[in-house]
Structures are given as C-alpha cells and as structure tokens.
Design a protein around this ligand. Structure first.
Ligand SMILES: Cc1ncc(COP(=O)(O)O)c(C=O)c1O
Length: 428
C-alpha cells in the first residue's frame, strides 16, 4: 500500500490503471510502451525515485525547471517562511513580492529591458510576449523557426510544429510563417514585407534537439529585425538562468532582445511562475491599459518569492564557477565516450550544461533514453528530432555525481548501440 495524506494506492499497477482511466490514457500508455513505466514518488537534490524505489539521476530537469535540484532546500525554506504571511495574492493590485521580483529581473537583464509582465507558465508568457509585440508594432505576423517549440497556449502553439497546432485546428500559416533554422536568407524573405511584428527564437531550440545557432546567425536575425521594424523575442525558458554559463544565453551573442521570456527554472521547481521582460519601447500597453493582460495566477506572490530566491542562487559567483566546471567535465567526458563510438554517437551539441547528443538512427535517442533509465539516469529524447537526446545536467551537481553520471551514461550508450545493431537499422 502506498499512502500519502489525501490518497492511497495498492501498488503501481493501480496508479497506472487509474492514470489511464482518469487522467491521460495516451501519455500513460506511451511511457508503458516505451519501457519507462515511471511514476515519480520521492524526489530530492538531482534524484527522482520511482514508486518502486528505483533511483534516477535527473538530467531531464523538465527543461531546466529543476535547474537547482528537486526541492532545493533554500527555495523550500523561502516559500515555507513566506507562507506564514503571503498566498497567491490579488493580481489586480501592486504587491511587495511582484515589485521586488520585477526590480530584481530588470537589474540583472540586458539594460534595454525595463518592465516585467508575469504569467503562470511558459506558454502564457510567450502569449504575452507575442501580444506585446503586436501592440507595439501594430502588425500581426509572427515568424518562428521550423520545429520551433514555445508552448501550447493559444498563440504559442501556432508558432510551433504542425503536430501540436493542427490537432486543435490552431495552425495559422498566414499569420505564423515558419522558416528553417540557421537560414538567414529565408529570414530576410519572411521579414522583407515589413508586416512582421516579431521573430520569436529560442537561443538554442530545445525540443528540436538543441541544434546550435551557426556563428553569426542570431546576430543576423536581430539585424534583420532592426532593418524591417520587427521585434526580437528571445525565448530563454530553457536557456536562461545560467544554463549556458551566463544568466541569459542571448547575452553571449551580444544581443539585446526587445522582449525576453523566462519560465520553468525561475519557479525554483517549487511554485509555478513565468515572466516576460519588455523594453520600454515595446511596453506601451502597460500604460495605455494596464489590465490588457489578466491572469489570476500570473505573478502569484509565492511564485515571486521562489523566483527571487532562485535568482539570488543563480547569480552567486560560486554557482557560475560550478556551471563552468560541470560543463567542462561533461563535455570532456562526452567526447571520450564519442571517440569510442564515432559511428553511433555522431555529434555533441553543447553550450554550458545545455547538451544535445545525436545518434545515427532515426529513433536513436529513444534507445539511449531507455538504456539510461535501466541504468539509473533519466534523460528525454527530443520530441521533434528523436535522433537527439536532450541531456541537461543541473547547475549545482556535485563533482562525484558528475562522475557517476558519466559512468552510467557511457554504459547506456554502449548498450543502446548493441541494441540498435541487433534490431537492425529499421528498428523503431
Ligand atoms: C523553449 C520553451 N518555451 C516555452 C515553453 C512553454 O512552457 P510551459 O510548458 O511552462 O507552458 C517551453 C516548454 O517546454 C519551452 O521549452
């Protein structure tokens, strides 16, 4: 019997059966069929524990949500103390926590970003960014890349892959054209008509498998935006908060985006919140009609407290040096593994602790994911390119755990190689 407060289940089989019955049959069955019948129970530090007790090192981190580890003690402490005084708050009024977080975000952002709008999650924040760009430019079109992923809310979903927009009849190719990544000419063509409100771009596109921007590409896109009067929206939901070794990945390109979106990790993994940082020039609607975007949970005060503590932790000098150490060690370890399997493990895409590991098989990353799972590591394949495994170590990983992670990864990559060879190249 697995009991916890408000609920009790006989065993894992019952949870999986009821999950299919009452929650999400498609998703539950997908994981069962993938050989990963994971029901995460306890969690702490960079470990998650299946109901069976099986321990996994988490290098999925939900895209950086658990950047600081699960239930980071400092974040837990900050929220616990705050709960003696605050709750979600009243979103219509000025608030202590919302104001303090907005100031902290602005002070650590590129200098042109001066205002903060809150959402309850990344998708909502992307919608806010797109609405802001439309208001500021009085243009409707939004350009994103092919295989973009910016969330599943009303506007965000239209910027992404057809798989998710068509399902809900939300594909709008006229308003939301998609251009190939790393193709400056295609971007020029898309913007040339001077009818585009904004280009939205992840600094490294996560769900596409972290293909790195070609040298000068993002800079060229920004220059085109300026030339044609479109805004540049940096989606830093996965690349922000020190994951590239800088607070915001986009600053490594010397770009001052007109709008920057953060989510996931800003929650400290404890209380949902997302934020949109906006330049003064694009922020007009906040003065014209401050009620232009209303969200009961957007900027929830407990979320602001979690975010303030998160920002404080990621901005510590020792956190920065830790990220650089981990990135360097993991990079070297990966290159060593790759040298053993050059025809199977064909490329390493890396910027800081953002890594995409590419395998020479159409579903290669799914095989590696499953072998990693068997070997005590949880990392997820890239939904929009299943050859590539997303590999996202936490920014506070202890050196011993880094070594254990590399050892386990090497074993899993070797086993997946043998498995794929056995199944032949048509294995799915
Ligand atoms: C780059 C990026 N932007 C936006 C989102 C949407 O965030 P959320 O799932 O919190 O709505 C995601 C989610 O995975 C993401 O990876």
């Amino acid at each position: 019997m697995h009991e916890y407060g408000l609920f009790a289940f006989q065993d894992k089989a019952e949870v999986l059966a009821k999950s299919k019955e009452f929650w999400n049959p498609g998703k539950t069955q997908f994981w069962i069929d993938s050989g990963i019948p994971l029901v995460i129970d306890r969690r702490e530090d960079y470990f998650i524990y299946d109901m069976s007790g099986k321990r996994l090192i988490d290098v999925h981190l939900n895209g950086g949500t658990y950047n600081l580890g699960h239930r980071n003690p400092e974040v837990v402490q900050a929220i616990t103390v705050a709960m003696q005084r605050f709750d979600i708050g009243n979103h219509h009024f000025p608030s202590l926590a919302r104001t303090a977080l907005a100031e902290a975000l602005v002070r650590t952002a590129p200098p042109n970003l001066t205002k903060v709008v809150y959402g309850s999650g990344g998708g909502e924040a992307i919608d806010i960014a797109l609405k802001t760009a439309r208001h500021a430019t009085q243009r409707r079109r939004i350009v994103s890349i092919v295989k973009a992923y910016h969330g599943h809310t009303g506007l965000a979903v239209a910027t992404g892959d057809d798989r998710f927009s068509k399902l809900f009849l939300a594909d709008r190719p006229e308003e939301f054209p998609h251009v190939p990544f790393n193709d400056v000419d295609a971007m020029d063509q898309a913007l040339r008509g001077r009818d585009v409100a904004a280009v939205i771009m992840e600094t490294i596109p996560a769900t596409y498998g972290f293909p790195l921007p070609a040298p000068g590409y993002l800079e060229a896109v920004k220059a085109l935006c300026e030339k044609y009067g479109s805004l540049y929206i940096a989606d830093e939901v996965q690349t922000g908060l020190m994951r590239t070794g800088e607070l915001w990945g986009i600053t490594k390109h010397g770009i001052e985006p007109d709008i920057l979106v953060t989510g996931k990790g800003i929650s400290g993994g404890m209380y949902p919140i997302a934020a949109v940082l906006v330049s003064e020039a694009a922020a007009g609607w906040l003065t014209e009609d401050g009620f232009g975007h209303i969200s009961t949970f957007g900027g929830a005060e407990l979320g602001c407290i979690a975010a303030l503590k998160t920002l404080e932790i990621v901005n510590r000098p020792q956190t920065r040096s830790m990220v650089h150490y981990i990135a360097d060690r993991i990079g070297r370890g990966m290159r060593e593994i790759q040298a053993t399997y050059p025809d199977w493990f064909v490329s390493i895409r890396q910027d800081g602790v953002v890594l995409g590991l590419e395998f020479d098989h159409p579903q290669g990353a799914k095989h590696v994911m499953r072998q990693l799972y068997e070997n005590g590591v949880w990392a997820i394949f890239s939904t929009l390119d299943p050859r590539v495994l997303q590999y996202k170590p936490g920014i506070l990983l202890e050196p011993e755990l880094v070594e254990e992670l590399l050892d386990r990864t090497e074993v899993a990559i070797a086993k997946a190689h043998r498995e794929v060879a056995r199944l032949g190249r048509r294995a799915g």
